[in-house]
Design a binder for this molecule. Sequence first.
Ligand code: APR
Length: 244
Amino acid sequence: MKIDDELLGKLNEAKTIVFFTGAGISAESVIPTFRGKDGIWNKLKPEELANFNAFLKNPDMVWEWYQHRKKIIHESEPNPGHIAIAEMQNQFPEVAVVTQNIDNLHRRAGSKIIYELHGNIERNYCIKCHKYYNTELDFSHGVPKCECGGLIRPDVVWFGEYLPQDQFRFSEEISSRADIFFIVGTSAVVYPAASLIYSAKARGAFLIEVNIEPTEASSIMNRSFFGKAGEILPEILSTIIAKN
Ligand code: APR
């Protein structure tokens, strides 16, 4: 992996760095991605599991699936990719993570500024009164219910739903100020999240892609590093530390 002089120069000057991440950064933590060869959506139907009507029709099945994902996430650890991003905070004045992931691994790795575009699997709320339940839920009487009688759902964004407006607005704001905008482990096909790549580009950010293969957005990148995030990001970090 070569870090050329122009890129080194950009890293030298940079004040604000944004890491826009997707499922690929958690692949080395043994959390399956959605698309690609072993992607979740090759085996399961998002329309049956990741949308509101499916939840109303069969809340047991949807909860069974999220409890299964939560178990995998709790048994996993942040990998060197997550950790390298967290450690970048010591090298630059402002480092933010804008993630599509609901797995909380950036937070567990020590990242401080995190915007979660698709929610977080550790949070839940009542679909009727919107009361939040962020503790382990009781499934002993079936699907958990709120004291108001409403069904409790995971605080994740399902297909056809709006992103949390505050998270998207903060993400847009910092992406528009980014000197360097990393795109790590995302197929860049899900909108409006992926639109942040193009708005960062339009605002002059230097775009760096880290992915095991080219994506929909590869053509607009300033640099693309094809390989595993857990290997490439620590290498970029050590180059930065060596120059500082
Ligand atoms: N290192 C870097 N990139 C990787 C690695 C790795 N170790 N493993 C896989 N990838 C790449 C794949 O090549 C692919 O481009 O990560 C990307 C994962 O893409 P998706 O599975 O489509 O996941 P993502 O882009 O995060 O999906 C966006 O879609 O299903 C919804 O809400 C869900 O947040 C998710 C959104």
